[in-house]
Write a protein that binds this ligand. Structure first.
Ligand code: PEP
Ligand code: MN
Length: 355
């Protein structure tokens, strides 16, 4: 059920409707939009009397949402969700594209800094780096854990880049929430409903990667799990799905971008690195992703990919990344969007002034 408030409804009226929802043992999700606030209701709604809500002050209409996903749906929130990072010019889902880049795994402090410095100079606003790695083999490098998170905090301090990193389970989620700016839930965990709920109880944006055999509806339902716990800052990510082809690691399903945008207000970014698995295909697919309307890119970059401890074959060189940013900026402008020059951080500017 969805309660649409009148355009001129006051904050008190919105609060009173939320309290009424809670008094019925249900959960209200107020979602302010440009035109009006809508309040999604979750919980067992079998006994709700629609008419009672219509009588409450400030209520314009009461709508039954028949789709299985509710809070992620455009029916509930017409305007695109834009996620801001206070104190910076970085955002995800608005006019500006979000550019995330970095190595698959944080291997050493030197490696992380070498890559971060170059992706920052090329115009990335976010630094990605795995601290906890979901590897196919239990004998493969599993990540440096908390040590990697601390290295990424140093990178944020040094370059202003906001940090994106994956949480694998309950324990790593607590640490990732503490150190990072965006919590990544990987493809293998897209249907780990306990983890999704836990991520929904954090107050950091969540980057939700599409499972490698998941449908659009399953992806949206996974996002719904996070939102149903009150975290509305969800970013979807297409990263390729399993098909019969063997010229790429996965098949990057770019058609999901406009499909998501039709159904949901959530931003969607594209990962052409895992989507193709091959360095020579990353940049062409990154261009295509921006052309199809993606809200951003997440790209694996390594200064010495031959020596990488994970995903070296799909990691592009910093120089290739820099050229790619220039190209996607031009494509973005054709579509009346843009790629900012790089991260601008107010705190750093203030710090610099005070020195
Ligand atoms: C990653 O981003 O390094 C990763 C493991 O991604 P995915 O979950 O899409 O495989
Ligand atoms: Mn990887």
């Amino acid at each position: 059920m969805l309660i649409v408030m009148k355009k001129q409804a006051s904050a008190e009226e919105v609060r009173a409707v939320c309290e009424h929802i809670e008094s019925l043992g249900l959960r209200p999700h107020p979602l302010p939009g440009a035109q009006r606030t809508a309040i999604g209701i979750t919980g067992n709604q079998s006994t709700i009397n629609q008419g009672t809500f219509e009588e409450l002050s400030g209520v314009a209409e009461v709508i039954r949402v028949t789709k299985p996903y509710k809070l992620v749906s455009r029916d509930v929130k017409e305007d695109d969700t834009v996620i801001y990072f206070p104190g910076t010019n970085a955002s995800i889902g608005g006019k500006n594209l979000a550019i995330m880049a970095g190595p698959c795994s944080i291997e050493t402090r030197e490696q992380a800094f070498a890559v971060a410095e170059q992706v920052a100079a090329a115009g990335a606003q976010f630094f990605r780096g795995g601290a906890y790695k979901p590897r196919t083999s239990p004998y493969a490098f599993q990540g440096l854990g908390e040590e990697a998170l601390k290295i990424m905090v140093e990178i944020r301090d040094a370059f202003g880049l906001r940090i994106v990193t994956e949480a694998l389970d309950h324990e790593s989620l607590e640490l990732v929430e503490k150190y990072a700016d965006v919590i990544q839930i990987g493809a293998r965990n897209m249907q780990n409903y306990t983890l999704l709920r836990e991520a929904g109880r954090t107050r950091k944006p969540v980057l939700l990667k599409r499972g490698m055999a998941s449908t659009l509806e399953e992806l949206l339902m996974a996002a719904e799990y996070i939102m149903s716990e009150g975290n509305y800052q969800v970013i979807l990510c297409e990263r390729g799905i399993r098909t019969f082809v063997d010229h790429t690691r996965n098949t990057l399903d770019l058609s999901i971008v406009p499909a998501v945008q039709r159904l949901s207000h959530l931003p969607i970014i594209v990962d052409p690195s895992h989507g193709t698995g091959k360095r020579n295909k990353v940049v062409p697919l990154a261009r295509a992703a921006v052309a199809v309307g993606a809200d951003g890119l997440i790209i694996e970059v390594h200064h010495q990919p031959d020596k990488a401890l994970s995903d070296g074959a799909q990691s592009i060189y910093p120089q290739q990344f820099a050229e790619m940013v220039g190209e996607v900026r031009q494509i973005a402008r054709i579509l009346h969007r843009d790629v900012p020059d790089g991260i601008q951080v107010e705190e750093v500017a203030t710090l610099a002034k005070s020195k």
